[in-house]
Design a binder for this molecule. Structure first.
Ligand code: RRO
Length: 310
């Protein structure tokens, strides 16, 4: 039985709970249109900066059986190009999420101000890019995060979410939760890649990617437990009051189901989308529908947060 996989986040309805993760097949106009034509439940843009960027030197992405490592370095068309595209992308009849980044704090405010005028359905503020040499992830500094989010919140009118890096200690979840509460963040995207991993090719006795001596963000199957832990931790801290988009390690329908059980309202796919293309959405919908039917759930919302503890 096909199940209605639609979902609602911050008052915005998504026709499917599956969408691309920022960065995956969403840099160029052609890729964004491809998401529009696909079964994706939303179109999420690449994180945008003020100036267009080529990004880091190649090779900068490497996939292997356990997942992927990337150090793309924010290749993007620049915010003006994405702002101009938003009205066209909205014609595909699904939410458009603008992912806003920046190389310094004022960039976030300037980009958010201009992009907001083109009325994306939501804005996702990326505080967790691990790949710009010399620029630490803002999301690991609670004070910096609060300042950026407060300023962006002050200039936009659409719902604001934040894409956070993985945290590995409850003290950090609690500290960020207080920031999110104070600022009034309306949704969370959890998690960005696990930053600064290192993949080694023993045959070549070499790193797998060129930038930063081979260090890069890990994604794919291997990061699922880290993603689930972050979804679960924030779900519990907010008692479900702030919707969560789960990101990390979703390769099949059961992985998506696990994210929903931990508290996600929707999920984003990165590595699997890059590896499989937009056909992945159809497969994942079928697989999640099958899992939900078998378990007697009639919607993604019906199992949200229902993870049992022992
Ligand atoms: O472009 C990237 O290198 C990148 C970004 Br902005 C991000 O947020 N996460 C990631 O894994 N790569």
């Amino acid at each position: 039985m096909a199940i209605d996989l639609s979902t609602t986040i911050a008052g915005v309805r998504f026709p499917s709970c599956f969408m691309n993760a920022a960065g995956a097949l969403c840099v160029t106009e052609e890729e964004l249109r491809g998401l529009g034509l696909s079964r994706a439940g939303a179109i999420v843009t690449k994180s945008m900066t003020i100036e267009p960027r080529f990004g880091n030197p190649e090779p900068r992405y490497y996939a292997f059986p356990g997942g992927s490592i990337n150090s793309m370095g924010l290749p993007n068309l620049g915010y003006a190009a994405y702002a101009k595209l938003i009205p066209t992308l909205k014609e595909f009849g699904k939410p458009v999420i603008a992912s806003v980044a920046g190389l310094c704090e004022p960039d976030f405010v300037k980009i958010a101000t201009v992009v907001n005028e083109r009325r994306p359905d939501l804005i996702e503020v990326n505080l967790s890019c691990p790949n710009i040499p010399g620029k630490p992830q803002i999301g690991y500094d609670a004070e910096d995060s609060e300042r950026v989010l407060d300023q962006v919140r002050g200039v936009i009118t659409v719902p604001m979410g934040v894409k956070l890096p993985p945290y590995f200690d409850p003290a950090h979840h609690e500290k960020m939760a207080r920031v999110i509460e104070r600022v009034g963040v309306e949704f969370l995207s959890l998690i960005n890649s696990v930053g600064n991993g290192l993949v080694v090719d023993p045959e070549r006795e070499s790193v797998a990617i060129k930038p930063k001596g081979g260090f890069g963000g890990l994604g794919g199957a291997m990061i699922k437990p880290v993603a689930l832990a972050n979804v679960r931790a924030f779900w519990k801290l907010f008692q479900g009051r702030i919707p969560i988009i789960g990101v990390g390690g979703i390769v099949n329908g059961t992985d998506a189901f696990e994210h929903l059980l931990c508290g996600a309202s929707a999920v984003q796919i990165g590595t699997v989308l890059v590896e499989e293309g937009t056909r992945a959405f159809e497969r994942l919908e079928q697989e999640l529908s099958a899992v939900l039917s078998r378990k007697g759930y009639t919607s993604p919302a019906a199992c949200r947060g229902k993870l049992k503890e022992l």
